[in-house]
Design a protein. Structure first.
Length: 219
């Protein structure tokens, strides 16, 4: 089995730095971002967790909950938070899942299901594939999966941009073009016929090609 966009996000129960959760219940009526880490006290992840904390108000504005995961126990996460605060200026202000039994990493196919043992004794290199960003909608469906190598820090501004697109295209029958940002022109979805489009956009559209119909971003 391989997780794909459109699949139901696997549900799980886990302990976090903000208490025990059941993932689907925790999402509630919100969107969610789950981003994972191979181990505590790793350098690139330290910068990521701090920047995500700084950016969290932007996710809040979009009704997006943020949750991290690291392949270590919760009490280790709490100690790591002090380092993150001291070096990055922001401590995590969102829950961080303890995955010392590797359960969630395996469930989300970031580690092979047959991986033995626990987080004890495992190095960041052993867990190097636990570097995903997964966006989940209020319908519990996976909307985005991005996997990063350990040596490349994630771009959470890009994750916000994608969420803006996901939320817009969930509400309106449009698609967003390359490098689109909030407020820029969009493309009428290919599933919308010209006859339907005339009703939705009576003011018309620009069409450099019949299949490329450009309109202002809907409100």
């Amino acid at each position: 089995m391989t997780l794909r966009i459109g699949d139901t996000a696997p549900n799980f129960e886990a302990d976090t730095t903000e208490g025990h959760i059941q993932f689907h219940d925790w999402i509630g009526n919100s969107w969610a971002v789950l981003f994972s880490h191979p181990k505590d006290f790793t350098p690139v992840c330290t910068t990521e967790l701090g920047y995500m904390a700084k950016l969290k108000p932007e996710f809040d504005k979009r009704n997006v909950k943020v949750i991290g995961l690291s392949v270590d126990p919760v009490d280790s996460h709490s100690k790591w938070a002090a380092d993150i605060k001291e070096t990055q200026g922001y401590a995590p202000n969102y829950p961080l899942i303890g995955d010392s039994d590797l359960k969630v990493a395996k469930l989300y196919e970031m580690l092979p299901a047959e991986t033995p043992g626990s987080s004890a004794g495992r190095t960041p290199a052993d867990n190097q594939t636990v570097r995903n960003v997964i966006v989940v909608g209020p319908d519990r469906k996976i909307k985005l999966i991005i996997a990063y190598p350990m040596t490349t820090g994630r771009n959470f501004d890009e994750v916000l941009r994608v969420i803006d697109s996901l939320q817009l295209t969930a509400k309106h029958r449009v698609a967003t073009p390359v490098n689109w940002k909030q407020g820029e022109d969009v493309i009428i979805a290919g599933s919308v016929s010209d006859e339907e489009a005339k009703k939705i956009y009576p003011q018309g559209w620009k069409a450099p090609r019949p299949y490329l119909r450009i309109v202002p971003q809907p409100k």
